[in-house]
Design a protein around this ligand. Sequence first.
Ligand code: ZN
Ligand code: ZN
Length: 737
Amino acid sequence: MLMATLAAPTFLFSRTQLEGRSSISSNSHILDKRSSKRLHCQLKQCLMNGILSGEIQASHSSYASLLKECAKLSTLSETKALHTQIIKLGLSESNTILANHLVNAYVKCQSVSEARQVFDNIPQRNVVSWTAMISGYAQNGYNVEAIVLFCAMLEAGMKPNTFTLGSVLSATARRGDIEQGRLAHGYIIKTGFQWDACVGNALCTMFVKCGSMVSARQVFDKMPERNVISWTAMCTGYVESGDIGQAFNIFRLMQLSGIKPNQFTFTSVLSVCGCFSVGEPGKQIHACIIKTGFEQTVPVDNAILDMYAKCGKIEDARKMFDGMPKRNLVSWNAIIAGYSQAEDCLKETLKLLEEMQLAGMKPDLFTFASVLSSCATGVSLEQGKQIHLSTIKAGVESDVAVGSALITMYSKCGSIDDANRVFGHMIDRNVVSWTAMIIGYAQHGYAQEALACFQEMEQAGVKPNHITYIGVLSACSHAGLVDDGKNYFNSMTKDHGILPSMDHYACMVDLYGRAGRFNEAMGILKRMPFEPGALVWRTLLGACRIHGEMEAGKYAAEKLLELEPEDAATYVLLSNMYASAGRWSDAVNIRKMMRNNAIVKEPGQSWIEVKNKVHAFVARDGSHPQTEKIYAMLEKLRMQLKGAGYVPDTNFVLHDMEEELKESILWHHSERLAIAFGLISIPSGTPIRIVKNLRVCGDCHTATKFISKIVGREIVVRDANRFHHFKDGLCSCSDYW
Ligand code: ZN
Ligand code: ZN
């Protein structure tokens, strides 16, 4: 057998081969480096093959060198093969250095238990053996094991080195174990290691990660030598603990001391500014980046952009975005997410999506998640359909998150059929998708479908969450299924361990209130483990209005006004209740209260989308270019409705005025103008979709039912509370909303 080491490679290549190589590589320095590296690799491979096949009997140092290579490349199978050879030759028992290399190679291959076996069999462990094993544990996330082994090392009378301490400190930091950290700190002071730059940095970072900024600062102030890592750790630590002032202090001191912040300093500080929505400090950091002439790489630019977007400073974000010399997917997603969260920016969001695609950038799941969440608050079904098409083009429509967002988007845009179609085509469904569908059905008043969907979900073995139950309970109350609702409410905690929140209690109040069972509704209020919030009182008030339950209604309104004294809707609801009971003076008093408290009722407004354009109407609106045609259509409808037996319910007009005038006020409520416009501009056969900012009034509700029958059209109205599907003279809400 041959004895070989890396120092004597000539047995593999002839002299001329080697010379030939070096003469080629001498032409260029880069080529030289690259080809010598390649040569080196080939030699090692040959050596490895020789050893493993038993053709070459290698020296300790060759094994050591090959194990180092295995550690670098994380090649477990070769490490194991070498290990077998070493055992066969009886090398590991006697040679600590070789065993240390084995430990190191195993931990780098993430094979911690094998490393430990080798470690346990070393008869004479030195500081390198201990350090290799401890850092191996720490690197692989076995933080407790790292700390325990460190303690064993000290007990064995072994003195750690800076690497050992660095590893054990990082393990402590990841555990967030401040007590262990303090013990390590004590040991470090006793042994004088605190003057070492690496240990100081690790100690400081450990205290930051454990959330003790005071201790971190003490270590930091005493450090003889600070590097960019320690400065960055301190800075991030202060921002994370909410001490923005100190963070900036450190940031400034860092620059004064001549240490240049690196990409990580900037990105980490900026990202935290974004998470905490602190725009001003973020802006200052941005200014600092410009002032110091820091090289603006794409990650740094993205961090600035993302910070502005998350802080709601959409104009600054846009300026940043527009000025970026290079943009990647992260940049596009950041700006789109920013716009999708800003108010009234649906158009801009959609424009950006288009520009992104024109720029050759492929939108991904995150892009669509943002865009879809944005159009769920808009009104545009047409645009929603466009986005749906884009998700198909981008090949992400089958993703479960995108599918769920599409369901929510369609159901919020009023098209439960489209939502259902998306749901039906989904290959994977998770709790979010099932819940989106259940909530969609419930909001549209399709209680039976919602409950059937819930049963199907349970059969599919998907565990519901607390939002699913909001859908289920509201479906029960819409359908008047009091007993079912009660059962679901109980099983939520019993079978799924979900504690009811305020929303669930509001659903129960609604369930009993709708059914006119006020004693039970009040019972729920009393049994609630927390103070009823505005939502619960508003729900009760709504139920009282339906059933003309004056006393409970008054009580609910008083409670509601204590919590939300500025809420005009409560005053209006209460005064409407008085008015419909004929108690005019009480109604007038409420109006007076509103005036005295300077509460202004939000004017009713309705929107309709025709050919990608949204048209807005207020009551008695005369501003639309087609006003004449709209009013003519309304007049025609009024005659037809009267003939069909419609009697205006003038209780919904407050003041004690002439009946005829009341009728005319009612007849020109904003939603009727929108419906009339829809009838003259949307081809027949297509449903008319209206969005209203307030609750639909009782008389408009009745009139719309009549209209749907007379013109033979489906009319979908989304008001402040829910959806109404008017069809053939009936509404999906069963006259309760
Ligand atoms: Zn109305
Ligand atoms: Zn309705």
